[in-house]
Design a protein. Structure first.
Ligand SMILES: [Zn+2]
Ligand SMILES: [Zn+2]
Length: 103
């Protein structure tokens, strides 16, 4: 699909699509960004559509105790439900920490 472009690095070719239920998840093999295709950005909690796209780090625990950022995924932040995360994203302009850290 030619309308498919990585938001992070602009890659159009090396994109890997994987369908889970109704959602197609795309992985950019160039930079590792993960996002859902054809998803109308909308808050899953309150339904607002004025959400802001942001990158969230996907972290995996490597050997030893060090955590390293493996890749990123595209998430949408709701001004109503995630004001703190949204403010942090706008302020830092760097990937948000993952929801859960691997133990
Ligand atoms: Zn990319
Ligand atoms: Zn919301």
């Amino acid at each position: 699909m030619s309308d498919l472009v990585c938001t992070n690095c602009g890659e159009e070719e090396n994109l890997l699509g994987e369908q889970v239920d109704e959602v197609i998840t795309i992985t950019c093999e160039e930079c590792g960004l993960v996002w859902d295709r054809d998803l109308t950005p909308r808050c899953r909690t309150c339904g607002r559509e004025d959400v802001r796209p942001a990158f969230q780090a996907i972290v995996e625990k490597s050997r030893g105790t060090q955590l390293s950022i493996q890749s990123m995924k595209l998430v949408y932040l709701c001004p109503g439900c995630n004001p703190e995360l949204l403010a942090r994203w706008i302020e830092s302009n760097s990937p948000l920490p993952p929801d859960e850290l691997p133990i």
